[in-house]
Write a protein that binds this ligand. Structure first.
Ligand code: MN3
Length: 200
């Protein structure tokens, strides 16, 4: 079965008051994310070795393979964006208790967690992603990846939350001010309830 855009839990205008306008969602979800899904389906159609595999299985199968870079980029981007949409919420920004306790245990304070996340997101040179992961050690960690790379491919841990820092994620709302986009995202959009649900 062909891959498809995930259904969003909110309308394209639902995040507007929180700093991500409808135009951003129309373009980012409707055009950018769709183009990755369309390209991925094109690769799968032509490559029997990819058929019948889940998205995660495809990412693992093609990671590091020079002749499958196109598959990796589009599969990774489909997975990353699907997690990003779940990492956003019109009720975002509020930390639930269990995650807050774990963040304080592992980062020292909520402010230190946000500072570390912002540092990763703003120091990612060019296109990429910032992540909150549950590392194999059992501790929370912040990581960043380039382009379509992600924690499935690099083994950094279980992804709990991600922020897209490609320019298309913030240029309509924040122009070139990536730090302002990330600060606003952490404070008003990040779906910490979703992140907590993935803690297990
Ligand atoms: Mn994007």
């Amino acid at each position: 079965m062909a891959f498809a855009l995930p259904t969003l839990a909110y309308s394209h205008s639902a995040l507007a008051e929180r700093g991500m306008c409808q135009e951003t969602l129309d373009l980012h979800y409707g055009k950018h994310h769709q183009s990755y899904v369309t390209a991925l389906n094109g690769f799968v159609e032509k490559d029997a070795s990819l058929q019948g595999k889940s998205l995660e299985e495809i990412i693992k199968a093609v990671t590091g393979k020079a002749d499958k870079v196109g598959v990796f980029n589009n599969a990774g981007q489909h997975w990353n964006h699907s997690l990003f949409w779940e990492s956003c919420s019109p009720k975002g920004g509020t930390l639930p208790g269990k995650l807050e306790k774990k963040i304080i245990e592992d980062f020292g304070s909520v402010a230190a967690f946000k500072d570390a996340f912002k540092a990763a997101a703003t120091s990612q040179f060019g296109s990429g992603w910032a992540w909150l992961v549950l590392a194999p050690s059992g501790k929370l960690a912040i990581t960043k990846t380039s382009n379509a790379d992600n924690p499935i491919a690099n083994g950094a841990g279980k992804a709990l939350l991600t922020c897209d820092v490609w320019e298309h994620a913030y240029y309509v709302d924040f122009r070139n001010r990536r730090p302002d986009f990330v600060t606003n995202w952490l404070d008003k959009i990040a779906n910490y309830e979703f992140a907590e649900s993935r803690l297990g």
